[in-house]
Write a protein that binds this ligand. Structure first.
Ligand SMILES: [Mg+2]
Length: 364
């Protein structure tokens, strides 16, 4: 594949409301959109700065600027390029993800196919949850009701700051939405091992489907202990960055499930490497997100369609934005549907790119 030009667009869009989790809160989502051109075709990806990989808008722009020469050439093989860049830039997985996603969008368009079609997937809607940040009990219940009324059949409740209050919040949501709505929880490393074990017992009674990353990411022994003691599945998230750690988590039974985020693992290429490991061990995954807009979310949907190992999807960050710079994803009947257009199935909205553009130095 010949790449004529790589460009990056830093964008800041306010969220509809402050999003608070155990490790911090934010009102604005910054994204870097990555554009790759080949002749008449254009592919779009997006990188999302985040605290898990410790990347910023500036670091993402710097990485993309640094690799421009390697990308703009006549014989780009995505996997090969990904291998080179992931080795040279091990601390820039989100920057790499934006590029990788853009290249797959471009490849699909050039081949006249949707991305999942190129990798043997079949079309279907993907059930996504809707995440509720850390907030007061009454607000938590109000948000849960609103999302269920909008058609969501799964809710992910953020917890991790106050054990007793968290259990009350989850119980109140269960009572409000009834038994048919799926409830997932994410502690974002907020608890000790002992607290996590207590938490899991209580959540099992509330028919919670799984708990995400209850303990600190570096505490693998602790996570393994919680997994062993818990009667509900425990999912590794912050610690689950690439296929090498996936191998360790699966082989040592550190967690029951893993959360694959394109921003942590360098995009679709990195995600498929993780899926290969999960296949070997028969471990299931959720595909998650950071603060990304439609391109990376559409990539997540495409990823889901290429494997049965991804049984859960938490692809909702675009719903939290007050506006979006891309079109192409539809939410209907509790599921995300791709547009059917080639590539990722998305369309850029030029006026929005202009409107939310961040005026920064060193843009590629
Ligand atoms: Mg998480």
């Amino acid at each position: 594949m010949k790449i004529d030009r790589l460009r990056a667009y830093p964008i800041a869009i306010d969220r509809s409301e402050v999003f608070k989790i155990a490790t911090g809160s934010s009102l604005t989502a910054e994204n870097v959109y990555v554009r790759v051109d080949s002749g008449e075709y254009t592919g779009w990806g997006n990188s999302s700065p985040n605290s898990v990989t410790k990347e910023t808008t500036e670091s993402i722009l710097k990485m993309l600027r640094g690799v421009q020469g390697e990308v703009e050439r006549s014989d780009v093989d995505i996997e090969e390029l990904w291998g080179e860049l992931s080795e040279k830039h091990p601390h820039d997985p989100s920057a790499l993800a934006g590029l990788d996603i853009g290249l797959y969008d471009l490849l699909g368009k050039m081949e006249g196919k949707q991305v999942y079609e190129m990798y043997g997937g079949k079309s279907r809607g993907v059930i996504t949850d809707r995440t509720i940040g850390i907030m007061r009990l009454t607000d938590t219940v109000e948000h849960a009701r609103e999302y269920v009324d909008k058609g969501f059949t799964a809710l992910k409740i953020k917890i991790g700051l106050d054990l007793l209050e968290d259990i009350k919040r989850v119980a109140a949501v269960r009572e409000e939405v009834g038994g048919d709505i799926r409830i997932w929880v994410d502690a974002n490393q907020g608890y000790s091992v002992e607290e996590s074990i207590t938490l899991c017992q209580k959540l099992a009674d509330l028919n919670v489907e799984f708990v995400e990353q209850p303990v600190k990411e570096e505490d693998l022994e602790g996570l393994k202990r919680v997994t062993k003691e818990s009667s509900i599945p425990v999912m590794a998230d912050e610690v689950m960055k690439d296929h090498e750690i996936a191998e360790k988590i699966c082989s040592e039974e550190i967690a029951d499930m893993v959360n694959i985020k394109l921003m942590k693992c360098g995009g679709l290429t990195g995600a498929w490497k993780i899926v290969d490991v999960l296949e070997d061990y028969g471990v299931d995954a959720m595909v998650g997100c950071m603060g990304e807009d439609v391109p990376a979310i559409a990539a997540g949907v495409n990823l889901c369609l290429t494997t049965d190992r991804i049984t859960h999807a938490d692809l909702d960050s675009h719903f939290m934005l007050s506006d979006m710079a891309f079109d192409g994803l539809e939410f209907k009947g509790g599921k995300l549907w791709l547009s059917g257009e080639t590539g990722l199935g998305i369309k850029v909205l030029d006026d929005k790119l202009e409107k939310y553009h961040m005026d920064l130095e060193g843009v590629v």
